[in-house]
Design a binder for this molecule. Sequence first.
Ligand code: URA
Length: 184
Amino acid sequence: MFNNWEELEAECKKCTKCRLCETRKNVVIGTGNKEANLMFIGEGPGADEDEQGIPFVGRAGKLMNMAFTGLGIKREDVYIANVVKCRPPKNRNPEDDEAKSCLDYLRNQVILVKPKIIVLLGSIALKNILGKEYSITSARGKWVEKNGILYMPTFHPAALLRDESKKILFWKDLKLVLKKMKEI
Ligand code: URA
């Protein structure tokens, strides 16, 4: 556990805890406000993120940005990170052992940011943070409280690119988040 960002980020940048370090270009740690009340957790970097070292800058990120703009969420006001910090080759899902070895960093980020609400984007974030028993289709749109943090699972923006009908549900879930943000 690191109690400052400098040490945590330095550790992440030199991490070789799993095989994803062998193929990465950049370690994608996180972006946004490090004191945000609202945090978003995705799955892992894709090609664009790996190239730039910043989460959600590719197609899924652009769609998320559009939703943010429509909802009045400023990207720079929230903190955005992923379950794994290095790109899984060919955009495959992270393996369980890869996620497990990376999760300590993410937990450390959550401790430093101290968000009140965390939005879990998609099934990989949901299962790794809240537990394997959850499924995204039944868990989305419902609050889960754990260790003093409120979690809102919703679809991953990439899922919206594949299935337009999910957009309205994603929007609804983020509306619930905004409502709660005003209440707490
Ligand atoms: N998908 C993710 O889960 N995270 C990113 O950073 C980009 C795409």
